[in-house]
Design a protein around this ligand. Structure first.
Ligand code: HEC
Length: 151
């Protein structure tokens, strides 16, 4: 497999989701432990996205076991989102919008959408060509939530 193949397979949606992967640790200084915990979960989710994104770009070679493990970790973290966000906690570092707790059912549905996308990805990631489409699905789930519920 050449990296050219991966570059061509990289869709706009995939490029957009890669921008979600955490580049810095800017929010590690949240002092509210509940806020810190939900940020940490998002960072773990972001790190799994980066594992898949690097494979999609050809920066790392496709590895089915590693890709599936990333998707499984992402699904497990997504499953924790409702419990992590349930207490309406705030912190100066938080980017969570208060509307989360007004539209709680929709917020948790969007968390379940990510869990479903990651679970489906885990099953599909048996070949390199599956990474781009899986990331597209996953990225759509990140964006659907962030666009409404994250500053
Ligand atoms: C159900 C809603 C939801 C989904 C789905 C979701 N996020 Fe988030 N994400 C949030 C909210 C809300 C915050 C802000 C949390 C805060 O600052 O208190 C956030 C914050 C983040 C952060 C910043 C963490 C920090 O240190 O401040 C990253 C990185 C992130 N998300 C990545 C992702 C990626 C990648 C995906 C998809 C694979 C994703 N998120 C899916 C709601 C979601």
């Amino acid at each position: 497999m050449t990296s050219k193949f991966f570059t061509l397979a990289l869709t706009g949606a995939t490029a957009a989701v890669l921008a979600l992967a955490p580049a810095t640790d800017a929010h590690s200084d949240a002092s509210n432990p509940a806020v810190k915990a939900r940020m940490e979960a998002m960072k773990v989710i972001g790190a799994q996205t980066k594992v898949l994104g690097d494979m999609a770009k050809g920066a790392t070679e496709f590895d089915a076991a590693a890709a599936q493990a990333a998707a499984a970790t992402m699904a497990a973290e997504a499953a924790k989102i409702p419990a992590l966000f349930e207490p309406q906690e705030d912190d100066p570092e938080s980017e969570a919008k208060p509307i989360i707790w007004d539209d709680w059912d929709d917020f948790t549905a969007k968390a379940m959408d990510l869990e479903a996308a990651a679970t489906a990805a885990e099953a599909s990631l048996t070949e390199a060509g599956a990474v781009g489409p899986a990331l597209g699905q996953i990225g759509g789930a990140c964006k659907a939530c962030h666009s409404t519920y994250r500053e």
